[in-house]
Design a protein around this ligand. Structure first.
Ligand code: GTR
Length: 327
């Protein structure tokens, strides 16, 4: 090898060595966030979506999951996603409705007949319309797909066996005035606070109860605070969403955007299977831990919340009629 050739070879190697760390750092990390802990259906489905994206882009993107509210409560995480500090967020539609009021139709009490109805609606054209409303709004969120949150029922320290038992009880609701109005219409005293604050609020007696689905009640340990009566009101069936920050979305190529949407949609269906199992498992765990499940006549709860549907549903009467017409 001539000296010249050797030099060229050496400098090529040197250039390559310099480029390698650059290649490695060229991997784009997408921060994903969820209030739920590792292993929760939404966390598992979102992680699976990240793995698919990593494989499909040959490692250009990697998702890093921040579970268990480590990046803040849902309201804070929505704000972080809006400014691009979080790239992918799994959130309840509840607090999204505080930012994009047009989606509140799905946040109304008893808007769905049952979970099968809710799934038929979110899987169909109306579900897509609501996703599109979020994306088209000035909120800087791109709504990718739905996740299942089942139905929310009351859990309290003093048992609620009839609507009268709820009178004056301080019940934590998610951050959206619609939910506080819902609880007040039921005779309780709705108090809005972040999910992460509920445990100590129950412990210290700041609140008498909360409302959620069984997997959340169990994994948050709320049942260990004395709130051991679960009254099956099913008053809210709030779908959950996978959203991407518009800031991150705009940096993707059209092909990558297509992948993100496709894998998001797959996550919707994958999470549903995990969800059904999780509900059954967590009901069993709650019962084993001494939680009493109270069956209740929903009619008085439905009737009492009519003014909430009238107030918040007024601008969306057509949409509500279309939802009701879905079989
Ligand atoms: C859960 C939901 C979370 C969060 C939480 C809450 O069911 O999955 O996204 O909204 O409820 O009550 O804040």
């Amino acid at each position: 090898m001539t000296v010249r050739r050797k030099l060229v070879k050496t400098s090529l190697l040197a250039a390559l060595a310099m480029a390698l760390p650059m290649l490695a750092s060229a991997q784009i990390v997408l921060k994903a966030a969820d209030v739920h802990p590792p292993g929760y259906p939404t966390v598992v489905a979102t992680e699976a979506m990240g793995k698919k994206l990593e494989a499909a882009t040959n490692g250009k993107y990697k998702m890093q999951m921040f579970p268990s509210s480590v990046l803040g409560d849902e309201k804070t995480m929505i704000e972080q996603t809006q400014i691009g500090a979080i790239q992918i967020l799994r959130t309840s539609l509840g607090p999204v409705g505080a930012v994009v009021p047009e989606v509140n139709v799905f946040n109304m009490p008893f808007v769905f007949r049952d979970e099968a109805h809710m799934r038929a609606v979110i899987d169909g054209p109306i579900g897509q319309e609501i996703l599109d409303k979020v994306t088209a709004s000035p909120a800087r969120l791109v709504a990718l797909a739905w996740q299942d949150g089942g139905s929310r029922s009351l859990y309290t320290k003093k048992p609620v066996r009839s609507i009268a038992d709820l009178k004056g009880q301080k019940i934590r609701m998610m951050g959206n005035p619609l939910f506080v109005d819902t609880m007040n219409a039921l005779g309780g005293n709705g108090i809005s606070m972040g999910y992460g604050e509920v445990y100590s609020a129950l412990q210290t007696g700041v609140i008498d109860g909360a409302e959620n689905n069984p997997p959340s009640m169990f994994t948050s340990n709320h049942f260990t605070t004395g709130a051991k009566y679960y009254t099956q009101t099913n008053h809210l069936m709030i779908p959950e969403m996978l959203v991407m920050s518009k800031v991150a979305w705009d940096k993707l190529t059209p092909a990558e955007q297509g992948m993100v949407k496709k894998f998001g949609r797959e996550a919707q269906m994958e999470q549903r299977v995990l969800w059904d199992k999780s509900v059954a498992d967590n009901i069993a765990k709650l019962k084993a831990a001494g939680v009493e499940f109270i069956a209740i006549d929903q009619k008085p709860f439905y009737d009492a919340t009519a003014p909430v549907r009238a107030k918040y549903g007024a601008p969306y009467a057509d949409l509500m009629a279309r939802i009701a017409a879905v079989k």
